[in-house]
Design a protein around this ligand. Structure first.
Ligand code: IPM
Ligand code: MG
Length: 354
């Protein structure tokens, strides 16, 4: 098939990890007979330097005109002071909002070959296969904000339709997996959570009677995620809870560098990015872990281009690479650490294997 992909590599390690995902996509294209065209555009601090804006109009147009967006990372120590008015983060928040990418899929799987990279005991890590669906365009992130010298407020708002579409997506995913849905909220305190819980019950009872549903408070979920991670199947939750819970969940596979994500809307256009940030401390050294971005490219093939076999080939090649002991420094290798490019090479070399 022919596809046009926007490549927004961004800041810090973004360009390095994105380069490896592009090489993997090119290898997939040649092996499976596809034709991918890549359109690069600036985003984040890199775009602020060029144009004064984190998300230039031209970049948004490149994104809109594409079949899917591969996104690296944004963030720069020059903007560490949170009072900066123009910020690299506005780029990713703007893309999510402008493209109405309301659902963020964050799969969390563990790999036996790197159990030792996780701070958790190996016995807890077997059979961990979680799909977190984070609501991405509502809640406290996007509510009205106000600030005076002595007072500040961030409004958290959810509407029934915003919650319904997340529940439907989570339930459909659960039906293709282990038919278990955990909805995470804070319904003992928050009104938005009480609405969330009611909508989950309504939608599930009306449409998905075969899926087992449980409700869990966010504080308890944060604990159970570490105590019994293998018990979770699909987790649905609101924007900020999902942000926090998935950074925590990344410690199950052992590194933020292993975790991909897909941001989806109503159509097939999606944005695919690793869940890690721009890691300025290691940028430019060729040591960043490209696997989160490579697995994001796999999600891109699956969800935006409907190429599930190609996606699975990448996921198997990543598993085989880790099994072969090839790891970047974040995974605490027992031998010498592999470079970003060496991991890319290793994944490409294994693409054709069973
Ligand atoms: C993420 C990030 C973003 C978020 C930041 C960069 C705005 O932490 O994608 O998880 O909070 O959503
Ligand atoms: Mg985050």
């Amino acid at each position: 098939m022919k596809a046009t992909l926007a490549v927004l590599a961004g800041d810090g390690i973004g360009p390095e990890v994105t380069a490896e995902a592009l090489r993997v996509l090119e290898a997939v294209a040649s092996r499976f007979g596809h034709d991918f065209t890549f359109h690069a555009a600036p985003v984040g601090a890199a775009a602020i330097d060029l144009t004064g804006e984190p998300l230039p109009k031209a970049t948004l147009e490149v994104a809109r005109a594409s079949d899917a967006i591969l996104f690296g990372a944004i963030g720069d120590p020059r903007f560490a002071d949170p009072s900066h008015k123009v910020r690299p983060e506005q780029a990713i928040l703007g893309l999510r909002r402008e493209l109405a990418l309301y659902a963020n899929l964050r799969p969390v799987v563990t790999y036996p070959a790197v159990y030792d990279a996780s701070p958790l005991k190996a016995e807890l890590l077997a059979h961990v296969d979680i799909m977190v669906v984070r609501e991405l365009t509502g809640g406290i992130y996007f509510g009205t904000k106000s600030r005076s010298a002595s007072e500040a407020s961030d409004l958290c708002v959810y509407t029934r339709p915003e919650i319904e579409r997340i529940v439907h997506l989570g339930a459909r995913l659960a039906m293709a997996r282990r038919s278990k849905l955990t909805s995470v909220d804070k319904a003992n305190v928050l009104e938005t959570s009480r609405l969330w819980r009611a909508v989950v019950d309504d939608v599930m009872a009306a449409h998905y009677p075969s899926v087992a549903v449980e409700h869990m408070y966010i504080d308890a979920a944060a604990m159970h995620l570490l105590r019994r991670p293998a018990d979770f199947d699909v987790v649905i939750t609101e924007n900020m809870f999902g942000d926090i819970l998935t950074d925590e969940a990344s410690m199950l596979p052992g590194s933020l560098g292993l975790c991909p994500s897909a941001s989806l809307g109503a159509g097939s256009l999606g944005l695919y990015e690793p869940i890690h940030g721009s890691a300025p401390d290691i940028a430019g050294r060729g040591i960043a872990n490209p696997i989160g971005t490579i697995l994001s490219a796999a999600l891109l093939l699956r969800h935006s281009l409907s190429l599930p076999e190609e996606a699975a080939a990448i996921e198997r090649a990543v598993g085989a690479t880790l099994s072969a002991g090839i790891r970047t420094a974040d995974l605490r290798p027992s031998g010498p650490a592999a470079s970003t490019v060496q991991v890319g090479d290793a994944v490409i070399a294994r693409l054709g294997e069973a």
